[in-house]
Design a protein around this ligand. Structure first.
Ligand code: NAD
Ligand code: USQ
Length: 431
């Protein structure tokens, strides 16, 4: 069977770009779209990808030069309903893979404006896409990136989207109860409700990938050339926990476990993200079907992950310290967690489990880009779930903006005092 056209939304992001390459290598006609808003949010936060990333036109040109395969690039904001409708109508894709959302929980908790912007961007963007599909391509398979964080941490086993409940002598298969932990995670749940509703009412078909926390930076396709690399976030707003721990270890800073560290989550390698999307694409649901796959391969506690990174360093005779900071988030730190993740395995997923070699590879990459590390980003969380945070505008005002949250930790005195060393000087000290 010839592979068809796939529209990848959020193509300039960490996972979107890796997925564009993987699907293009697999013979799909990929249309890559993104508003590039994430590059603007980085400027707002004074953050940047540890790995330098090229512009979208440069990346798609390089991919075509190396492989002869064309990825069509389109700058598009999902908030622009008529542009979304035009693109869907014109492309008539077999599937739309939707990554295009504000995806940071801390960013969504900064203040009212960031919470509102996150929910408007994510929920309205997805709604615009749903209407475009209804009106112009009702048979298209929507593959939506949701999150394991929609479930929260209930004291029962987590199923894949639905649970059969017996109540007062009657039984039904109902959506699993959800308890998201941030305005960002709530936006994903609101999306899930809208998508499920549109499948039921309009007969659309959708796969909601409830993905865990992703780590790593390499896929087979990215490895083809340094100019194809995808973003890699390590800072306190955008960096996910294992990626942060690896960078902390690489520059000799303590691994920052928030609270007791018993918070347990599902995790997966970025190579498995792209494989899961392809498997969902190759095995579409029926018209009218809304299905949920829990997309992760292993579960770890945060303290367990810190110990793994520390052990990987010890194997090279390098010492790593672990600090427990007061938790800026409101989340259970010691809880039951057992989430089912069978459906993608049933479709043939061959997981890449977390190994010391992966940790070593992230650390080696970090050492290569050590000059780009801002140690301030690795020491303290800068958004508190109860009090919010201060939205800084430019890198030069960032350190000023960070001051109000110094109280978060005893270690915060490292940032107090009149003369704060420059990031470069701090990195030199850390080494
Ligand atoms: P990312 O921030 O690197 O990429 C998201 C991309 O979407 C950015 O390039 C951004 O410019 C774009 N975007 C945002 N809003 C848009 C809009 N309105 N119109 C067009 N483009 C828009 O994020 P990521 O880590 O690649 O995550 C991608 C998706 O996967 C997100 O939906 C996220 O919720 C989900 N997810 C990520 C992880 C993870 O660990 N990274 C885990 C689970 C789920
Ligand atoms: N944590 C630490 N120390 C750190 C950073 C984080 O202990 O330095 C802890 C957090 O308190 C939390 C856990 O690690 O308990 C995970 O935090 P994270 O920042 O790695 O992940 P999260 O905020 O949940 O968000 C990330 C992505 C998001 C995705 C989600 C999947 O940014 O887009 O939806 O992972 S999940 O967690 O399954 O919901």
């Amino acid at each position: 069977m010839t592979a068809g056209t796939v529209l990848v939304l959020g193509a300039d992001g960490y996972l979107g770009w890796a997925t564009c390459l993987h699907l293009s290598a697999g013979g799909y006609q990929v249309i890559a779209a993104d508003s590039l808003v994430r590059r603007r949010w980085d400027r707002e936060c004074g953050t940047r990808s540890l790995i330098p990333i090229r512009s979208m036109p440069e990346r798609v040109r390089l991919w075509q030069k190396l492989t002869g395969r064309r990825i069509a690039w389109s700058r598009l904001d999902l908030g622009d309903a008529s542009a979304v409708a035009d693109l869907v109508a014109q492309a008539q894709p077999e599937a739309v893979v939707h990554f295009a959302e504000q995806r940071s929980a801390p960013f969504s908790m900064i203040d009212r404006a960031h919470a509102a912007m996150t929910q408007a961007n994510n929920v309205i963007g997805t709604l615009n896409l749903l209407f475009a599909l209804r009106d112009h391509a009702p048979d298209t398979h929507l593959i939506k990136l949701g999150t394991m964080g929609e479930y929260g941490t209930p004291n029962i086993d987590i199923e894949e989207g639905f649970i059969t409940i017996n109540h007062n002598g009657r039984s039904d298969r109902l959506p699993f109860p959800m308890q998201p932990g941030s305005f960002y995670h709530l936006s994903k749940l609101h999306d899930s409700h809208n998508i499920q509703f549109c499948c039921r009412v309009w007969g659309l078909r959708a796969t909601d990938l409830h993905q865990g926390v992703v780590y790593g930076w390499r896929t087979d396709e990215i490895d083809a050339h340094p100019g194809l690399r995808t973003r890699f976030d390590y800072d306190a707003i955008w960096g996910t926990v294992l990626n942060r721990f690896c960078v902390q270890a690489a520059v000799g800073l303590p691994l920052t476990v928030y609270g007791k560290g018993g918070q347990t989550r599902g995790f997966l390698d970025i190579r498995d993200t792209v494989a899961c999307v392809r498997l969902a694409l190759q095995n579409p649901p029926a018209n009218g079907e809304y299905r949920v796959f829990n997309q992760f391969t292993e579960q770890f506690s945060v303290a367990g992950l810190a110990a793994k990174v520390s052990d990987a360093r010890t194997a090279h005779d390098l010492k790593t310290s672990i600090v427990h900071l007061p938790n800026p988030r409101v989340e259970r730190e010691d809880h039951y967690y057992n989430a089912r993740h069978q459906r993608l395995l049933d479709l043939g997923l061959q997981p890449h489990y977390l190994a010391d070699t992966l940790i070593d590879s992230v650390i080696a990459m970090t050492q290569r880009y050590g000059g780009r590390v801002d140690p301030v980003e690795l020491e303290q969380p800068n958004v508190d779930w109860r009090r919010g945070g201060v939205p800084w505008r430019t890198p030069s005002t960032k350190q000023e903006a960070l001051r109000p949250v110094q109280v978060l930790s005893a270690g915060a005195n490292r940032r107090s005092g009149a003369a704060t060393p420059s990031p470069k000087a701090r990195l030199a000290q850390a080494r």
